[in-house]
Design a binder for this molecule. Structure first.
Ligand SMILES: Cc1ncc(COP(=O)(O)O)c(C=O)c1O
Length: 377
């Protein structure tokens, strides 16, 4: 029996060379020209400012997309989950930053196993439990890993609360076998209106500088300052951040498109190709993409994505149905018509798909298996 994921990959591969009109829907489609432009633009920015780029691979979970980021000049990839680290290491990625409070003996053993297998591992930590556990696991194979002390940058999610706490943790970590403090990290992920991003980032910068300086004054190495999200990415050079970890930039989505100075929605590389399957209810066109294809992630302006082509808002989703409200539509779609939807949130959307169709000028050129899809453990 072929597993579901492999079945999709096989089917998608049989579509290489076909036009998008010929493939089945719903399907996640990546415009290769836009993807390559997004990768290049981010890398050019990082290079121009001497900032190391560590793209967050949670957005694409794909070996091929990660390889394109690395080929363009990314120093390493960032992941959240141990399973993602395993997939990318197995694919030959040499340098990974695991940015998630990784807890539990099984996970520490798995990470230590990757180090023993040659992975250059950095981990972001905000507490000594995880540091001690990972240190014990590393000791068994004699391996070592770099640590970034995670600082809370206002999200109140993870990260130590003050420079003094960062120094205390850095001291404890540096004393543990197998671990060495390399620097600090934070996630500037507080959602602020577009006009307030720069002031927010100035506060982030002040926090990071104070923490970095306090750790250095304590005599501990603090060379790396890791941060950077998609909304803040083009302002990174105004801060002390020395390495950045944007993820969503690679595809962009409805949420993050406004952060793109040149393209906005035109730069969104990921769309869901869907078919109108019913127009029986007046004022509605129903597509074959619901929350199991697009995710139920909300947008502050409402709706579940931007419908390209016919226009109209995607006002509601069931699991396998998407409701287009035709009042605002430019045309009246008929059953069988195809639409493209820019999802609200690319990362959660991609995680619903076993593979992505890489398309150029309307023709399927390649398939990106979403190799780390669903690896939440
Ligand atoms: C720790 C961390 N770093 C980097 C990122 C990437 O940010 P973005 O999705 O804005 O590109 C995320 C996103 O969730 C994150 O949690």
């Amino acid at each position: 029996m072929v597993r579901a994921g492999e079945r999709t990959v096989q089917l998608y591969r049989s579509w290489v060379g076909r036009t998008l009109d010929e493939v089945e829907t719903p399907a996640a489609v990546v415009d290769l020209d836009l993807l390559e432009a997004n990768v290049a633009r981010m890398q050019d920015y990082a290079d121009a400012h001497g900032i190391a780029l560590w793209p967050h691979a949670k957005t694409h979970k794909s070996i091929e997309v990660g390889a394109r980021q690395l080929a363009a000049g990314a120093v390493g990839l960032t992941v959240a989950k141990t399973g993602e680290a395993e997939v990318f290491h197995e694919a030959g990625v040499e340098r990974l930053l695991v940015h998630h409070p990784t807890y539990g003996p099984a996970k520490w053993d798995r990470l230590a196993g990757l180090v023993d297998d040659g992975l250059e591992l950095t981990i972001a930590l905000d507490g000594s439990d995880a540091a001690e556990g990972l240190s014990r696991a590393l000791a068994r194979g004699g391996g070592s890993a770099g640590v970034l002390i995670e600082v809370d940058l206002g999200m109140r999610r993870t990260g130590v609360a003050s420079p003094a706490d960062a120094v205390a943790l850095a001291r404890r970590v540096d004393a543990l076998p197998g671990l060495h403090v390399d620097g600090i990290s934070g996630y500037p992920g507080v959602r602020v209106p577009a006009g307030e991003v720069r002031p927010y980032l100035a506060g982030v910068d002040a926090t990071l500088r104070a923490t970095r300086d306090a750790i250095r004054e304590a005599g501990i190495r603090c060379e790396r300052v890791s941060a950077g999200s998609t909304p803040t990415r083009y302002m990174t050079h105004e801060t002390c951040i020395s390495e950045m970890r944007p993820g969503t930039y690679v595809f962009l989505d409805r949420m993050e498109a406004p952060s793109e100075p040149d393209g906005g929605l035109d730069a969104c590389a990921l769309t869901i190709l869907a078919t109108v399957i019913s127009t029986s209810v007046p004022g509605r066109a129903i597509i074959d993409a619901g929350s199991k294809t697009l995710t139920g992630d909300r947008h502050p302006d409402g709706g579940h994505g931007i419908v390209l082509g016919v226009g109209g808002s995607l006002v509601e989703l069931n699991e396998e149905h998407g409701y287009i409200d035709l009042e605002s539509a430019a045309t009246s779609p008929r059953v069988g018509d195809r639409v493209r939807v820019i999802p609200n949130h690319a990362c959660t959307c991609v995680n619903l798909h076993d593979a992505l169709l890489g398309v150029r000028a309307g023709t399927v050129e390649t398939v990106f298996p979403v190799a780390a899809r669903g690896l939440n453990w």
